[in-house]
Design a protein around this ligand. Sequence first.
Ligand code: PMV
Length: 361
Amino acid sequence: MKITAIANSNIALVKYWGKRNEKLILPQNSSIGLTTDCLSVKTTLEFARKYKKDILILDGKEFKRGSEEYDKYFKSFLNKLRNLPRSEILTSAESRKGFASQTSVKILLRGLAKTKLRAKAVSQSGFPKAAGLASSAAGFAAMAAAANSALNLGLNAQGLSILARQGSGSACRSIFGGFAEWQRGKKRDGLDSFARQIANENYWPDFRLVICLTSKKEKKIKSRAGMAQTVKTSPFYDGWLKTIDDDLKKVRKGIRERDFSLVGKTAEENCLKMHALMLTTKPAIIYWNSGTIALIHRVFEWRKNGLECYFTIDAGPQVKILCLKKNLKVLLKRVKKIAGLEGIIVAKPGPGPKIVNNHLF
Ligand code: PMV
C-alpha cells in the first residue's frame, strides 16, 4: 500500500548529543524538544514487489547506494524495519510498574514487519536539509508514520516513537505535538527509550521560535559522526551529563507552569553547554559562522534592554530565538534589520505526524 505522511521538525530545548548504543540509537541523556508547526517533511512510502531495490528520492534528487543518506540512514532504517527482532516480552512486573501500552511494544517485538519487499520513498521538505533544522527528525517521524500504515504495524505513539528513534534519535520526539521528552531509558534493547508528551501543541500557543537562517549550506559534519566523536574525546562530557537532570527538571517545570523565563534561560544555557562540548571535541566541531555569533550578541543586548528572548542553536549555524507572541513584532523588526540573513521562519508549537491522501508519486 502506498502511504503518505507529514511530520514536523522539533527543536531541542534540552539537547541530545551522544549515544550509548550507536546501532539502536540510544542516547546518553534524556532530552526535551518542541515540535514546530512548520519545517515539515512529507513522505510517500510504498512497499511492493515491483521494486527490485529500495529507492530514495529527497527533494527531487535520487540518492543511491554509496551515499551516506542511502546507506547509513534510509537503507539501515528499512533493514531494521524489515527485521525487527524477536526479543523478550515484557514481564508482568514491568507492566505493573505502568509501562504503558505494552501491546505496541509486543507488536514491535514480534517482528511483524518481517517482509522482504523493497520500498520506494519520496520525500519533500520545504526547508534546507542538514543545516541544523532537524530535517532528519521530521523525515524519520514521517517515514515511521508512513511505514506503520504501509506495513500495517498497528503501532501506537509509543511504538512509533521507538521506531522513529531508530532512524534518527531526535525523530522520536517529533511523533508528538507540542513539547515532548525523550526518555533515555535503561534497557539494553531500547524498548524504554521513547518520547512522551509533556504538553500538547495547544497548551502554550503563545510560545514562538524565530528561526534565523545564517546559511543554507549543508553542514560538513553530520550530527551522527559529530556526537560520536564528542563522546570519545571531549574532556567535558561527564560534566555535561551531570547537569542534565537539573536542566530537564527546570524545562519540564517551565513548560507545565508556562514560565517562559525559566524555559528560555535553561534552554540557552543548555545549548551553550552542548556547543562547549563540540568546541572541545578533537578535532573541534564548530557549527557557528559569523552570523551565528552576531545574533548571540544581539539576543544578549536585546534582553538586557528589556526584550525578553533567548536563543538555541543545534548542529548548524542557524539561531532559533525563543520569545512570546507579545514580543514577536518588535523582535521580528529587529531581526529583519540584521544584514546577511538568508531567511527568517516563525514557528509555534505544532502537531505530530498525520497521514494524508495526496501522494508524491
Ligand atoms: O537526531 P540527530 O542525529 O539529528 O541529532 C540531533 C542533535 C541536535 O539537534 C543537535 C540536538 C537535539 O536534541 O535535537
